[in-house]
Design a protein. Sequence first.
Length: 283
Amino acid sequence: MPVARTYADRRETRENLVEVAARLLREQGAAAVTTRAVALAAGVQAPTIYRLFGDKDGLLDAVAEHVLAVYVAEKALKADSGDPVADLRAAWHTHVGFGLANAALFSLIADPGRGSRSPAAAAGMEVLRNRVRRLAATGRLRVTERRAVDLFHAAGTGTVFTLLSMAPQDRDPGLADAMYDAVMQAILTDAPALPEESTTAAAVMFRTLVPDLAALSTGVAFQGNRLLKSEVVSLRREAAPPRGRSLATTLLQLPWAAVFSLLRPALSSSRSRPRTPERVSAG
């Protein structure tokens, strides 16, 4: 058999094994990618895998490299919009979407041992560096290019892993955008100010303290309740109040500092009070 034909057959077999393993990885996870399963699905003998890849890890490296190379090539081909910030946002969403769609593969790629020796991973980082460099050229970076790249990469990887650790129905749809905004606040000189979440802050503070309210003494609880009621009534009785104002809006106008300064001593004493040990009957 001609050498050229032998080489072509070898390359074709290798590509087929990589594609089969990538499909198993994507559809069934890393545990499904065994030499036996891949060989069976590809219609070859298991020793062929060892001959071409060395072992299972070698096969997984080839799979990660193949899929990542295709992803990076597609990302590199995307035309710049002319707005480096918009391009970074698009790259962020592409990265997060790729990670969520390829959970098992993303774990392989993010492995420092594999990523450090992956040409495709290096190419992907170079694409990110180029995008950050274009942003730096506009004079809008408040940190070095390297720090901006590292922050962007670390935040993106962490966001994907955090979302993957949750069941799909439990994932916070706004987490990725919130993390992106936080990164841009850290690296840009002119990042848009984050919206003031005074409603959220008040709700979080109140929710934190609510479980302890049952432990308050009757007197303190009564005083706190009376203060809250009087303030709500006062706000509701304002002359010509804005039509349709929500209860949340009203509550946010309450003197929370005064309310919690009244409740805090009792809350502190209830938390520090040792529990009375339960009696165990002698019977």
